[in-house]
Write a protein that binds this ligand. Structure first.
Ligand SMILES: [Zn+2]
Length: 366
C-alpha cells in the first residue's frame, strides 16, 4: 500500500496501457501460482527488500520481482517456491530443504508484515485485510521429502501448501518431462510416488503436476483423491505450441474434472509460435486455449518469475502484470473473466482444499 505513490493514471502511462486495465488490476486479487523469487537471494545474495531494475540480463532468467515490485505490480498473493536441487544426495536434499525453509521464514519475518505466510483461504483473507501480500509456501521437487524421517510430519506446523512431484530430473516419485538424455523414460509414478500423492491428499496439500512426463501425469491422476482439485501451476499448452513442457487437451480436461486449475507460464520458450504474438498476447493465447477446452474457471497465472525463464519483452518485470490485463481486455474478455483468471480461480481452489478455520465449521468438512 505504502509503496503506491503513483496514481492509476501515471502507472497506466508508464506501462502504456489504458487506465481501465490499472483499475481492474487494483480491485482484483492477483495470485501467481508459481514464482521462484526465493532463488536469487539464495544463490546470488540478491536483496529482495530493494527495488531492482532489469539489470544486465535485461529481465532474462532472474531479477523479475522483489518486495517493492510485488506491491507495485499488484501481486496480492503467490505460491512462493522453495526449489530442490536434485543433484544433492537424498539426505542432503532434506537437510538443505529444512535450512532453506528456515531462511524463507526469516525473510518473511524481516518484511514487517508486508509479506505474510498463509496456509488457507481464511488466512489469505486476513492477510489481505491487513494489506499484506499473501505468501503460499510451495515446494518444487517433492524429492526434498524423500529423506524426511517422518514424512510430511517431519516439519512441525508444516506450512507447505503445494508440491510438484518432480522437477527437471526424475525423482524417487516419478519421471520428469525433461527430454535430457538418460532422464527420459516410459515409466511413470513409482510406488513411493503413489504413497507420496496419498500422503499429500491426506494433509490436503495441492499436488502439482507441472514437470511430470505424461505417464507419471496419468498415474498421478489415477491415484489422486478425486474430490480434491489438482494443479499444474506453470505450463503452456500443446494445443498452441507442441513442447515437452506443455500439456495436451486430455490433460487439461483431467485437471478440470477435479475442479482444478492450470497456471500459464510466462516463458517464451514454451509459448511463442511463428506468426503469433511477440508480447504478452502469447500468454493470453495459451490461456484462451485452456478456456476453449475446459472453460474460464480452470485457468490462472503461473509466471515462473525468477525461475530462469525469459518472459515476453513486455513482461520482463514483475510490475508488468498490468500489461497482461490490458492484453486480456484487448481480446474482449469481460472484467469477470479477467478477475477469475487473475486470482478468482486460484482462490476458489484454495477455499475448496484448505478453507481454514472460519469457513470449515459451516462447510462441515470432515
Ligand atoms: Zn518449474
Amino acid at each position: 500500500m505504502s509503496a503506491q505513490t503513483q496514481t492509476d493514471q501515471e502507472f497506466a502511462g508508464a506501462h502504456g496501457v489504458p487506465v481501465e486495465a490499472v483499475q481492474l488490476l487494483r480491485r482484483a486479487e492477483l495470485i501467481d501460482l508459481h514464482i521462484d523469487t526465493f532463488i536469487p537471494p539464495r544463490l546470488m545474495g540478491y536483496n529482495l527488500h530493494k527495488r531492482h531494475g532489469l539489470g544486465l540480463l535485461r529481465g532474462r532468467f532472474f531479477g523479475h520481482l522483489d518486495l517493492p515490485r510485488v506491491e507495485e505490480g499488484g501481486l496480492t498473493g503467490a505460491m512462493w517456491s522453495i526449489t530442490t536441487n536434485p543433484f544433492r544426495t537424498r539426505a542432503g536434499r532434506w537437510r538443505t530443504f529444512t535450512k532453506n525453509l528456515k531462511r524463507f521464514r526469516n525473510f518473511i519475518d524481516s518484511t514487517d508484515g508486508r509479506l505474510r505466510i498463509v496456509g488457507d483461504a481464511a488466512e489469505y483473507a486476513a492477510a489481505r485485510q491487513a494489506g499484506a501480500h499473501a505468501v503460499l509456501p510451495s515446494v518444487q521437487g517433492g524429492n526434498a521429502f524423500e529423506g524426511a524421517p517422518d514424512g510430511w510430519l517431519s516439519i512441525a506446523d508444516n506450512p507447505i501448501v503445494r508440491v510438484t512431484l518432480v522437477h527437471l530430473t526424475n525423482s524417487a516419485y516419478g519421471i520428469t518431462s525433461s527430454p535430457f538424455k538418460g532422464w527420459k523414460g516410459k515409466r511413470g509414478l513409482t510406488d513411493a510416488g503413489r504413497d507420496f500423492v496419498k500422503e499429500l491428499n491426506h494433509h490436503r496439500v495441492f499436488v502439482d503436476l507441472a514437470h511430470v512426463n505424461p505417464r507419471t501425469f496419468w498415474d498421478a491422476v489415477e491415484v489422486h483423491d478425486k474430490t480434491q482439485p489438482l494443479l499444474a501451476t506453470h505450463t503452456g499448452v500443446n494445443g498452441v505450441k507442441k513442447h515437452w513442457r506443455n500439456l495436451d487437451d486430455d490433460q487439461l480436461k483431467a485437471i478440470a474434472d477435479t475442479g482444478g486449475v492450470i497456471g500459464i507460464i510466462f516463458s517464451q520458450a514454451f509459448l511463442k509460435v511463428r506468426g503469433g504474438p511477440r508480447d504478452s498476447g502469447m500468454v493470453v493465447d495459451h490461456m484462451e486455449h485452456v478456456i476453449d477446452v475446459v472453460g474460464e474457471d480452470h485457468v490462472a497465472v503461473g509466471s515462473d518469475y525468477d525461475g530462469a525463464i525469459v518472459p515476453p519483452p513486455d513482461l520482463r518485470s514483475g510490475t508488468n502484470y498490468v500489461r497482461l490485463v490490458a492484453a486480456m481486455l484487448a481480446r474482449g474478455w469481460s472484467a469477470e473473466r479477467v478477475e477469475k483468471v487473475l486470482g478468482g480461480n486460484a482462490l476458489r481452489v484454495l477455499a475448496e482444499l484448505r478453507p481454514g478455520k472460519v469457513q470449515s465449521a459451516s462447510a462441515g468438512a470432515a
